[in-house]
Design a protein around this ligand. Structure first.
Ligand SMILES: Cc1cc2nc3c(=O)[nH]c(=O)nc-3n(C[C@H](O)[C@H](O)[C@H](O)COP(=O)(O)OP(=O)(O)OC[C@H]3O[C@@H](n4cnc5c(N)ncnc54)[C@H](O)[C@@H]3O)c2cc1C
Length: 1019
């Protein structure tokens, strides 16, 4: 029967899913179901936002439930507890995505404080990180004052992912998103009964009747409609007040880091500062409704007692709401009959877990019940909703009374403990080694006529429009932690802490503005990696200027660099030029002429005093307000950085990365390698910031994740590796990357030197190499070194990308990846593999990929928006494409011999370098159209050239014996003592040889070799 009563208000009464209750649980479920293609209606008895979801404290926690972790593990075991926490994290991500879609700006960071005896939060932090992969830090008692100045608090726990949102705006936004997505949301439609009608459900409301295939009861206390499984065991009331806008200076005194705060008591106080500068304060747990006046007075008393230095706070609005709990204090999510599901009892952690419930229910509606089953242990009892024969209100009052008594007892104990000697407030000890957390591989492979499309199924989570936001966040919440460290001329380490970095960067921004450098201007940086360099990058970027780093050799005045500098100055006309030393431009007529002609400023860190000397610090009266205005004007599309490619012709191309591209790239990395968020990374890194691997990957990874970057002044050369060893012996990295050449020099040192090995392995999560495979048995040797660490070996990772893709496109996601594997595309990126001969040419599309080059230079982007990488990749296992990808070399680098046979030049070079180890540092194999292959070899050390020559000669003979085919065999070779030139574009700063360029610059040496090869073949 389809005639079902009054339909005027509800339109078509038939829907796939009918949801009862338009709180957060109902609306999130509606959105998740609609996203999966269902037709959905939501029926709400009152108006949107009147219940708990619109009147709560606004804490959007990441990874929590009302039941604590110990309780969760005790109840369901570690593995299930992990899955449940992952689901809660997913709920947080979904809620954040929806908040962002509705333009709701949350405030990042939460602090849990203990009013009880100190010590508990430290262990909790460890468990949260190590067992559940959450991004938290313990705050020692001595550091709590950096965040909140309140007499009753002992220690803290920073939660870096938690955010606070305005709950009323959020619930309205969810309703708006649902309606925009085609969901019918009806207010003032109380559901009074559910009845089975054929295979469907008949939903009787005060306004109309609906017929649905499935019904989801999301009324907070779903028992009345969905049965005893869904019924709460008890309910508690909590109250939230909103103050008048407060004086920001007064707030900063009491809450210096501006974080939202909640204490650990069962009936806790929780408070935050809203975007409008009001105090949102919640607390006063009760077993039933309370008179508004007494709640108002009690909350005002609590504020005065807890934050006495805040002064008088006038409360403008007070609201109350009920929180429902199951016996285990876990959400009740499940199915009580065919087509009848329920989601409720979220307790005091509902803002993220309601979004989680929506996803769990929507998956179940689509037939995937794996997540739903995880909640089965928390359902209410069948055949008896009440564990005690006491009515719900009375039971709730009893529970509230018991909780308050326990809190009071705990606090008494805390006071007694405070009279005993103060606890250890040393920084937390290094954690036990463990296997780092990697994202699960979940790729989608779409077959196309010309090849494949490969992409991650994990959606890219919302990211900040600019990395200035995380920079400022970390400076607020970990002001005392190291951000950058470098070795001075005397060899001593100098550290810049996060708090100091913020002050320095702001002062530099103000200075740039005062000196006429503003949004859209280019700041050319011709300085080595260093603290001053890093601060200037952030200072320029945060006011909307564009940084363009080039190697310091560009302004050295060397003839060889002049054409490159000309090309750079043609592409960008910098408004400021930064060098480390005051006299760095003395030799460069070209650069001095630019400064003279354009009025651009020269800034420097060391040397003569003067207006360009940055170490002079803040300029008196510098426009700080202008800095804040410039920061506020930043958008994802604002250009942030120009990276110059090495260019196969020696003429660089300028690749522009916007703030959003840089931020997207870091979000992708954090999703693939979650350990980056779980424990703040520590890097020891030499990679030059002129390149994306150093300047974008390593530097921005530090900024995005609150890390510490120790600038390694060593180099992957026979002479420079000693310094790297020294630095790695002193500082233990958690994430370490090097180019294959660097690993070739470091691995033997790690094998020999137990002290270096111990320091290197102490807390390492990942050892990374880029692009090409590690040669010979190097990978296996590194694996063996890493495996010596007891308690869990670090992972070997590999990434592949280019300047045009703002660094990484694919990374290995699993610990089992073997040498040469480059893994899978990062979330948010799509890789198109176009069949070319036996392999595939790689093309990439996504939010971190370039759209054009600077100037009049064409960018290889096809009509589908894919950028052609110019690289060949293949599947690790063509029978099982999900095992990931393998790098197979530069497409342009393979060439044909005169016989027409193809030479895989990249691969051959890698194999040759392995065969010539440890005698050679670089090899150039030539070349197109020849009858036979010839090679130029550069020795690893010129100290004993004869020894190197003999070693290379013997090794090449062995190689030729093992590789008799013309596409592998080297007919003639020479050891070149004429070093590869950075200036001429023969080699990049990272040590990658530019084959095409070398064919031009080394034509004479190669011609001589060709003659010798001919003579050999004639014999
Ligand atoms: C004061 C307070 C502060 C809190 N602070 C936080 C916090 O900071 N962070 C956090 O994560 N959680 C917090 N919580 C908990 C969180 O608000 C809840 O867990 C969450 O909002 C529950 O959402 P819900 O959709 O299940 O319930 P509700 O928001 O209660 O929504 C249920 C809806 O169903 C409707 N309904 C009921 N019966 C019917 C019916 N028969 N027919 C039609 N409609 C019906 C109701 O009118 C209501 O709109 C707080 C709770 C309170 C009370």
């Amino acid at each position: 029967m389809r005639a079902v009563g009054r339909t005027s208000r509800i339109g078509d009464p038939f829907v796939d899913v009918c949801i009862v209750g338009a709180g957060a649980a109902g609306l999130h479920t509606a959105l998740s179901a609609a996203e999966r293609g269902a037709s959905v209606a939501v029926l709400e008895r009152g108006a949107i936002g009147e219940a708990a979801s619109g009147n709560n404290g606004g804490f959007l926690d990441c990874g929590y439930f009302s039941l604590d972790f110990e309780g969760l593990v005790a109840r369901v075991g570690r593995a299930r507890a992990r899955r449940l926490v992952e689901l809660s994290v997913h709920g947080w991500a979904v809620a954040r995505r929806r908040a962002a879609a509705a333009g709701i700006v949350g405030r990042r960071g939460m602090l849990t404080v203990s009013r009880h005896a100190p010590g508990g939060l430290r262990g909790f932090a460890r468990m949260a990180r190590e067992t559940f992969g959450l991004s938290v830090d313990w705050v020692a008692p001595g550091e709590l004052g950096d965040h909140v100045r309140a007499p009753h608090y002992h220690e803290g726990l920073l939660d870096h992912r938690g955010i606070t949102i305005a709950p009323d705006a959020m619930i309205r936004a969810l309703a708006g998103l649902a309606r925009a997505g085609g969901v019918r949301v009806l207010e003032h439609a109380e559901v009074r009964g559910l009845a089975r009608d054929g295979g469907r459900w008949r939903v009787e409301t005060s306004a109309a009747t609906m017929i649905a295939d499935s019904v989801v009861v999301a009324t907070g206390d779903a028992g009345a409609l969905a049965g005893p499984e869904a019924a709460p065991a008890f309910g508690l009331y909590s109250h939230v007040a909103l103050s008048e806008p407060l004086d920001p200076a007064r707030v900063a005194e009491v809450l210096p880091s501006g974080l939202a705060v909640a204490d650990t008591r069962l009936g806790c106080d929780y408070f935050s500062i809203t975007n409008e500068g009001r105090l949102r304060w919640g607390g006063r747990l009760a077993g039933g409704p309370q008179p508004r006046e007494s709640v108002h007075a009690a909350l005002a008393r609590d504020i005065a007692a807890t934050l006495p230095t805040l002064g008088r706070v006038r409360l403008e609005r007070v609201s109350s709401g009920a929180m429902h709990y199951g016996r285990a204090r876990m959400p009740r999510i499940g199915r009580s009959a065919a087509g009848l599901l329920y989601a409720g009892c979220f307790g005091h952690i509902g803002n993220a877990t309601t979004a989680m419930a929506g996803e769990v229910i929507a998956d179940a509606l689509c037939g995937d019940e794996r997540s739903l089953r995880l909640f089965a242990p928390f359902a209410g009892r069948r055949g008896g909703a009440l564990p005690l024969p006491i009515p719900l209100p009375a039971r709730s009052r009893l529970v509230a009374g018991a909780l308050r008594a326990r809190d009071a007892l705990d606090e008494m104990r805390a006071r007694a403990a405070a009279r005993r000697p103060s606890p250890d407030d040393a920084p937390p000890a290094l954690e036990r080694p463990r296997m780092p957390a990697l994202a699960r591989v979940d790729v989608e492979l779409v077959q196309r006529p010309d090849g494949y499309l490969v992409r991650s199924r994990a959606p890219l989570r919302p990211f900040e429009p600019t990395l200035v936001a995380p920079f400022r966040y970390w400076a607020r919440v970990i002001p005392r932690a190291t951000f950058l460290a470098e070795r001075g001329p005397d060899g001593a380490w100098r550290e810049l802490r996060w708090g100091e970095a913020r002050r320095t960067v702001d002062a530099l921004s103000a200075r740039l503005l005062a000196q006429g450098v503003g949004p859209g201007d280019t700041v050319l940086i011709a300085a080595p990696n260093g603290i001053d360099h890093g601060c200037l990058v952030l200072a320029a970027m945060q006011i909307g200027a564009v940084v363009a780093p080039v190697s310091p050799a560009h302004v050295s005045g060397e003839d060889a660099f002049e054409p490159r500098l000309d090309a750079v100055l043609d592409l960008v006309s910098p408004r400021a030029v930064f060098t480390r030393d005051a006299d760095a431009l003395a030799g460069s007529d070209r650069m001095r002429a630019h400064l003279r002609d354009t009025g651009a400023v020269h800034l420097y860190a060391r040397g003569a005093p003067g207006p360009g000397n940055l170490s002079a610090g803040r300029i008196a009266g510098a426009p700080d307000a202008a800095v804040e205005r410039a920061v506020a004007a930043l958008e994802a599309g604002t250009p942030a950085r120009i990276t110059f490619t090495s260019g196969s012709t020696g003429r660089p191309k300028g690749v522009v990365a916007t703030h959003g591209m840089l931020s997207a790239q870091q979000q992708m990395m954090a999703q693939a390698w979650p350990f980056l968020e779980t424990a703040r990374p520590v890097l020891v890194d030499w990679l030059p910031w002129t390149h994306v691997s150093g300047g974008v990957n390593s530097f921005n990874m530090t900024v995005r994740n609150g890390g510490a970057l120790h600038i390694d002044d060593g180099r992957p050369t026979a002479d420079g590796i000693g310094r790297t060893v020294e630095n790695l012996t002193r500082v233990s990295p958690t994430w370490y990357t090097n180019v294959p050449l660097g690993w070739r020099l470091l691995v033997p040192r790690l094998e020999e030197d137990a002290g270096l090995r111990a320091s290197f392995l102490r807390r390492l999560d990942m050892a990374l190499y880029g692009g090409a495979a590690l040669d010979g048995d190097l990978w296996e040797r590194l694996r063996r070194i890493l495996d010596t660490r007891p308690g869990g070996a670090p992972v070997i990772g590999c990434g592949w990308g280019s300047t045009e893709t703002t660094s990484t496109v694919t990374v290995t996601h699993h610990a089992a990846a073997r040498n040469g594997e480059i893994g899978h595309p990062l979330p948010g990126l799509e890789l198109k593999l176009v069949r070319t001969g036996d392999g595939f040419s790689a093309h990439v599309r996504g939010p971190s990929v370039v759209r054009s080059y600077l100037g009049d230079v064409g960018c290889p982007i096809d009509d589908e928006g894919f950028y052609a990488m110019g690289d060949a990749v293949g599947f690790v296992d063509p029978q099982d494409p999900e095992r990931g990808l393998r790098y197979e070399g530069r497409l342009g680098e393979s060439f044909k011999l005169s016989s027409g046979a193809w030479v895989e030049a990249t691969l051959l070079r890698t194999h040759l370098l392995a065969a010539l180890a440890p005698h050679a540092s670089q090899v150039l194999v030539a070349g197109p159209g020849r009858e036979r292959l010839v090679a130029l070899v550069w020795p690893a050390s010129v100290a004993d050239l004869d020894h190197a020559r003999r070693g290379i000669d013997a090794a090449l003979h062995r190689f030729n014996d093992a590789n008799p085919r013309r596409t592998r065999r080297i007919a003639a070779f020479a050891v070149s003592t004429h070093a590869l030139s950075l200036a001429a574009g023969e080699i990049t700063e990272k040590g990658t040889i530019n084959q095409a360029r070398c064919f031009e610059t080394r034509s004479a040496e190669l011609a001589a070799l060709d003659a010798r090869a001919l003579a050999v073949s004639a014999r």
